[in-house]
Design a protein around this ligand. Structure first.
Ligand code: GAR
Length: 198
């Protein structure tokens, strides 16, 4: 299965999935990486891994519809079957959604539907979890639809919040679980054990 990645920042989730492809843990090929951030760690990782990469953003394509179409063209050119959002902080456009219905995945550093939605991402999720005094947080892998953090949930894993946790310590523990859960979920999809909505 050909995997295409969209990532904005560090790209550690993407790297975990690439590693799993390289080791044979996943029967999949990382074929292309797209980032809206020219200086992202994700693009640096793509270069190191010899994976074709593209910087596509509001800078390269000021018109949102042009950008959406260009993203689709790149993904189709590389025969991508599953689109993996790995810390991608932009909304997916309607053309991309229509071209890959049910086949765009996202990972969220919290237990959706709580601590999700527009503006709730990355460190902000951990800060909100701590501010609410929650004792449990977690990770969610879900299918992407047109609304932030809204599509069908494929997998979740819970993580206990410690009294001593800060947003940083929590982020670190959550991220380690993200790396495992994303790989496991993609494996289940490839094996047909999780069926994606059409
Ligand atoms: C991850 O924690 C991911 O769950 C989060 O951004 C981080 C990216 O890390 N994504 C979101 O908050 C999306 N709503 P990475 O770049 O090292 O994979």
């Amino acid at each position: 299965m050909n995997l295409g990645f969209l990532a904005s920042h560090n790209g550690s989730n993407m790297q975990a999935i690439i590693n799993a492809c390289r080791s044979g843990r996943l029967t999949a090929r990382p074929v292309v990486v797209i980032s809206n951030n020219r200086d992202s760690g994700a693009l640096e990782r793509a270069r190191k891994e010899n994976i074709p990469w593209f910087h596509l953003s509001g800078r390269t394509h000021p018109d949102a519809e042009d950008l959406d179409r260009e993203i689709v063209d790149v993904l189709l050119n590389y025969d991508v079957k599953l689109v993996i959002l790995a810390g991608y902080m932009k909304k997916i456009g309607p053309v991309t959604l229509a071209t890959f219905p049910g086949h765009i995945l996202n990972i969220h550093p919290g237990l959706l539907p709580e601590y999700g939605g527009q503006g709730m991402y990355g460190q902000r999720v951990h800060e909100a979890v701590l501010a609410a005094g929650a004792r449990v947080t977690g990770v969610t892998v879900h299918v992407v639809d047109g609304i932030y953090d809204n599509g069908p949930i494929l997998a979740q894993r819970k993580i206990t919040v410690k009294k001593s946790d800060t947003a940083d310590t929590l982020a670190k523990r959550v991220l380690a679980v993200e790396h495992e859960l994303y790989v496991e979920t993609i494996d289940h999809i490839i094996r047909g054990e999780i069926k994606l909505p059409a």
